[in-house]
Design a protein around this ligand. Structure first.
Ligand code: CMP
Length: 137
């Protein structure tokens, strides 16, 4: 129906704007090429968790990069509070970018909505353009 079309279109647009804003705001990702940003936006899938849930556990192997769409999360390290993160922010990028274990614990302070991309998808996007770049020189 027309209503469904309109709803889907605006949802898609909001998703892209939110994810793009989050990537541009992140020190490690703001220098990505436009094509990489578009591919990341394309590959992200929605997920949600309820208040109190642990999204990321310090020390675990990381497998997902997140963009927070709605709600608040808290970042702690060895039990000490580092900060809270609100909508349109990236988190969970460090373990994937640096191939290390999770550097902190991230807990949902409210019910949250997230966009997620897995390690393999994320690294493929990074590597693909890295290889293309490399072959140009
Ligand atoms: P990662 O190490 O994959 O998982 C935990 C995440 O918490 C980390 O990626 C960052 O996104 C985030 N994080 C870690 N340390 C800080 C900090 N000092 N301030 C804000 N966010 C942090």
């Amino acid at each position: 129906s027309q209503l469904t079309d309109v709803t889907l279109k605006s949802y898609g647009k909001n998703k892209d704007e939110l994810i793009q804003r989050a990537l541009m705001d992140n020190d490690f990702m703001k220098h990505l090429e436009h094509g990489q940003i578009l591919t990341i936006m394309d590959c992200m899938h929605p997920t949600s968790l309820t208040k109190g849930c642990c999204v990321i556990q310090e020390g675990d192997d990381g497998s997902t990069v997140y963009v927070l769409e709605e709600g608040m999360v808290e970042v702690t390290k060895q039990g000490k509070k580092l900060c809270t993160i609100g909508p349109a922010k990236v988190f969970g990028e460090l373990a994937i970018l640096y191939n290390c274990t999770r550097t902190a614990t991230v807990t949902a302070l409210t019910d949250i909505k997230l966009w997620a991309i897995d390690r393999q998808g994320f690294q493929t996007i990074m590597m693909r353009t890295g290889l293309i770049k490399h072959s140009q020189y």
